[in-house]
Design a protein around this ligand. Structure first.
Ligand SMILES: N[C@@H](CCC(=O)N[C@@H](CS)C(=O)NCC(=O)O)C(=O)O
Length: 108
């Protein structure tokens, strides 16, 4: 079951909380886990969306979103996607730049 997280709004300061991403992963896969761990360290709320495994050609959501079939990939609430080599994804997340990747533009 794959669900997109519902939009959450910020607390009393009126600031809207950043979009809450879905991370597409194969549970236990090392690159996926590294990215998940980085999200945890940054306190970023996310949901795991388990994609089809192992059949690459069935991974249509990831394929359509990122133009390739590898996990992990992050789908933002606005429908945009972010996928890089997991070590770059980890760096981006730890630098606090993940939300810059939620462009509103599908990565294609
Ligand atoms: N070098 C890539 C490796 C990504 C990777 O191997 N991901 C695994 C799952 S964690 C995968 O999707 N493998 C594709 C396959 O075996 O079909 C990275 O670090 O992002």
């Amino acid at each position: 079951m794959i669900g997109r997280t519902s939009k959450r709004t910020g607390g009393t300061n009126g600031r809207e909380a950043p979009p809450c991403p879905n991370i597409w992963a194969k549970a236990g896969g090392h690159p996926c886990w590294k990215v998940q761990k980085a999200l945890d360290e940054q306190g970023i709320d996310y949901e795991i969306a388990k994609g089809p495994w192992p059949r690459r050609k069935n991974r249509t959501a990831v394929l359509e979103g990122t133009g390739q079939a590898l996990y992990p990939a992050i789908e933002f609430e606005d429908g945009s996607w972010y996928r890089e080599e997991s070590k770059n994804m980890v760096q981006t997340i730890l630098d606090g730049r993940l939300m810059e990747k939620a462009s509103g533009q599908p990565v294609a």
